[in-house]
Write a protein that binds this ligand. Sequence first.
Ligand SMILES: *Cc1c(COP(=O)(O)O)cnc(C)c1O
Length: 359
Amino acid sequence: MSRYWSDIVHRLTPYVPGEQPALAHPVKLNTNENPYPPSPRVLDAIRGELGDTADALRRYPDPTARKLRETVAAYHGIRADQVFAGNGSDEVLALTFQALLKHDKPLLFPDITYSFYPTYAKLFEVDYRTIPLDENFAIRIDDYAAPNGGILFPNPNAPTGRPLPLADIERLVASQPESVVVVDEAYVDFGAQSAIALIDRYPNLLVVQTVSKSRSLAGMRVGFAFGDPALIDALNRVKDSFNSYPLDRLAQVAATAAYEDDAWFRDCRAKVIASRERLAAQLTSLGFEVVPSAANLLFARHPGYDAAMLVARLREKEIFVRHFNAPRIDQHLRISVGTDAECDILLDALRGIFSAYVG
Ligand SMILES: *Cc1c(COP(=O)(O)O)cnc(C)c1O
């Protein structure tokens, strides 16, 4: 605390990102990174941009990331004016809070969801109300019929991985024509249905995606919003009042190359999905209750062992999983899907902890 802090800084509750341990070979299953590298074309594109002298770095990048937006628009069969690109989807969400979600009535989002949402709401002074998930951690669309200044949720939800059918999302978007509905699709590629298919029909729908998880580029910081040009325009107005060059040159060419190698993406995604199903089955056989997941993570609790204890014991073995000390979920572990070899190390460690445990 300092007397130099502004009022808002005193009142903030900053988001706490998953640990990035300074270890040579941690088994890192705590931040939902992809266990496989990006397409080799990404490296070629970065090398090409740098050339022999890195002369291109003298110049500012394209402030609108036009080539990247055109590539991603073509990939999804939409127009470039329906695409916004930002420095990670976290930044896209931050701009969305200011551009589209700050109104007189409260923003609605689930009680159990991405923990950055309440952080942004406090930073940008957006009034919000949380809507409880049902007892199976599912979003109940009908609970969002309350008066609101916007609706926001991930699909699949975080940190549960549980997906919502596209028909439910369409019903919500159609029933709330006065509100912007934001669907955060950070994990959609791992098994849920994207709402991008609906943006032509619903001017109040904004879909947010990222290259961090399914395209193995968390280190590059690139995210997108897809929606009606009027919504995209709102994001551009806030962007150009904050940082006109959010995406550096290397990020723009890297993300473009990632979308140009669809075979790599599909292969990588298939491996992660197969490992998820295998890990879910093995956790279940160890006695865990596992939430059905369409993401690259599993949300699981063991009725016999305290979650904080498990996290601490795993950490001693340099195995990192995520634990949220929050109501309703403090006995759950969020486990990112790694390679089968990493999952096996986790499973062996759990067996060891269980057999040595005296309660
Ligand atoms: C990981 C994640 C993000 C942030 O992704 P970045 O593009 O890396 O900023 C946003 N929303 C959800 C639900 C996430 O899990």
